[in-house]
Structure formats: structure tokens, C-alpha cells
Ligand binder design. Structure first.
Ligand code: FVH
Length: 292
């Protein structure tokens, strides 16, 4: 077994809920760890667990070649790193950003002599350091940097590299989370429909979960349609049929005293695509209506 001396030393800026979880997994895996947090008291517990606590971000960055940031947002990354010397550093930024912010941050780091890898965390803090929880991090930017540090980066969560474009990790992150919000919107409407009835939400929940799981593989057919350009291939429930069914959903919502504001925008797109002649397609054509 490797001892801690052989493990890559890590500097971590940011000890919020996520940063603290990351810190603990690196300590547990035997990585020498230097931490800094804007509010110093948040480092106290980690100091007791073996982390070196730097007095400033500059001191923390100077301590190790591998520097990880996990801060609130892109602006806080700029503020935290403002007075640091990044020359020769490998900067891995796990702060949630937009793709444009990640690309700008990569160029910014390059201007300061650092190599850059961006990360989008697909996990919540309790999933960090718990491989069976299924959390992982999207990485993009320098492939060489990713491969060099992959073992270290894999200690907190799985790693999925998505390309040299520094913005791709953020883009994948936001794409998956956007799909998640669509799912949450649908489940909110479903629970609202039964809200005033004598139906136990706990009885609906497993039915909902199983149905969503059964429908999830539809994303593969959507991807196949987008790749081939044939939106009618192997369509089971065509758009014409689905649009014909929308009044049932709207009337049911009205009868249950539920606003249709979550469903209506999607139904409107369905009607527009049908009007354009997409009746034999499934729902893939709606994607083209969204892209300007
Ligand atoms: N927590 C979660 O569920 C999600 C899961 C997916 C990934 N996100 C992203 O992870 C980044 C950090 O999130 P977090 O949960 O650690 O966030 P907080 O607990 O709010 O901690 C924020 C840290 O950022 C520091 N900070 C804020 N502003 C500044 C600044 N101007 N200069 C320096 N540091 C700053 C803050 O310091 P302090 O308030 O303790 O002094 C915390 O260390 C984030 O991008 C999520 O989107 C988490």
C-alpha cells in the first residue's frame, strides 16, 4: 500500500459543504492536504483531522502544484485567486460555472502560467467519498492534466472526461441538471394533481419513480434521431396522437384545481411542431424549436 508521502499533495481552496467533503476524502486517502477558506473558522475541524491550514490563498497555492478550487461561483474563484502566483500550477476548478466562464477561466489561468482543468460535480456532499452512491465529476480541459491527476481526482468521486474544450464539463453538468429540473417539474405537477384527493403521496411515489425509470431509456432514441436526422424512425407514439391527448391533461388539471403552467409551454411546442408537419415524429422535433 502507498503511504501518504507518495500520494499527490493537494491544495484546496473553499471549505463549504462540498469543499469540506472533498477535503475529508483526500485526507482519508492519505493525500497531504493544504486548505484555505475565506472564513478561517471553517478550517478548524479539518486541521484537527490532519489538514495544513494556510493563512492566505497565496500561501495555499504556493504549497502544492495541484490546486483545487471549490467555491461558490466563478466570481469567488477570481477573488480568491487574485493575489496568488499560479505560475507552474495545475489548477482544477470544481466550482459550478457556465461554459463561457469555464473557457474564460481556462484562458485566464493560462495567462498566469497555470494549466487548467474544469470540473462539474454530479453529486451532493453526502455522495462524496461514497463510490456506491454513484456520484461523479465531469472534467474538461487539458487531457494530459486530467490523466496526470486522475487517481487523485478519483478519491472523492468518479471521473468522466468530456473533452479538451474547457467549457464542456460545465455544459454537461448544466445539461444533466436541466433534465433533472424537467423531471422535478413533471413530478410537481403529478403530486399537485392528487393533492386534494384521498391518495397517499407515499403510495404514488413508487409508481412515479418506476414510471420515470421506465421512460428514461427514451433518451437513447432521441439521440439516435438527432444523429441520423430521421425523427420518425421506430416511433411508437407519434406527435399527432400525443397532441390529440393534451386536452385531457389540461382538463384534468383544471378539474383538480391545478395550474397547468408547468405543462403548457411544452404542449405549446408540441402543437407548433405538429403545425409544421411533424405529426409522424415523436418529440425529437421540439429540440429544433428550442435552438435559435
Ligand atoms: N452543495 C451541493 O449540493 C452542490 C452539489 C454540486 C456542486 N455544487 C457546487 O460546488 C461549489 C461549492 O458548493 P458548496 O456546497 O461548498 O457551497 P457553500 O457551502 O455555500 O460554500 C461556498 C464556499 O465558497 C466560499 N466563498 C464564497 N464567496 C467567496 C469569495 N468571494 N471569496 C472566497 N471564497 C468565497 C465560501 O467561503 P466562506 O463563506 O466560508 O468564507 C465557501 O467556502 C459551488 O460552485 C456549487 O454550485 C455544490
Amino acid at each position: 500500500a502507498q503511504n501518504s508521502v507518495e500520494k499527490t499533495p493537494v491544495t484546496l481552496l473553499g471549505l463549504g459543504a462540498m469543499g469540506s467533503a472533498l477535503a475529508r476524502t483526500w485526507l482519508a486517502a492519505g493525500h497531504p492536504l493544504t486548505v484555505w477558506n475565506r472564513t478561517p473558522a471553517r478550517a478548524d475541524a479539518l486541521a484537527a483531522e490532519g489538514a495544513n491550514v494556510a493563512d492566505s490563498a497565496a500561501e495555499a497555492v504556493a504549497a502544492n502544484k495541484l490546486v483545487v478550487t471549490c467555491l461558490l461561483d466563478d466570481a469567488s474563484v477570481g477573488e480568491a485567486l487574485a493575489g496568488t502566483d499560479l505560475a507552474g500550477r495545475d489548477l482544477v476548478n470544481l466550482t459550478t460555472s457556465t461554459p463561457a466562464q469555464a473557457r474564460d477561466r481556462a484562458a485566464w489561468a493560462g495567462d498566469r502560467g497555470a494549466r487548467y482543468l474544469d470540473g462539474g460535480i454530479m453529486a451532493v456532499p453526502p455522495m462524496i467519498g461514497v463510490p456506491e452512491a454513484g456520484g461523479y465529476v465531469f472534467y474538461s480541459g487539458s487531457r494530459e492534466l486530467f490523466e496526470r491527476h486522475q487517481d487523485t481526482l478519483a478519491a472523492p468521486a468518479g471521473t468522466t472526461y468530456v473533452g479538451e474544450d474547457a467549457g464542456f464539463a460545465a455544459l454537461h453538468d448544466v445539461a444533466l441538471l436541466s433534465a433533472m429540473y424537467g423531471m422535478f417539474a413533471g413530478t410537481a405537477h403529478a403530486f399537485a394533481l392528487i393533492r386534494k384527493e384521498d391518495i397517499d403521496p407515499a403510495a404514488l411515489a413508487p409508481l412515479l419513480a418506476d414510471w420515470l425509470i421506465a421512460m428514461a431509456p427514451a433518451v437513447h432514441q432521441t439521440a439516435d434521431h438527432l444523429r441520423t436526422g430521421d425523427y420518425t424512425k421506430d416511433v411508437v407514439s407519434n406527435l399527432a396522437m400525443q397532441v390529440a391527448g393534451t386536452p385531457t391533461f389540461l382538463s384534468t388539471a383544471e378539474q383538480q384545481g391545478v395550474s397547468s403552467e408547468l405543462l403548457s409551454p411544452y404542449f405549446e411546442l408540441m402543437r407548433r411542431r405538429l403545425a409544421e408537419g411533424g405529426g409522424e415524429e415523436d418529440l425529437t422535433g421540439l429540440i429544433d424549436l428550442l435552438v435559435h
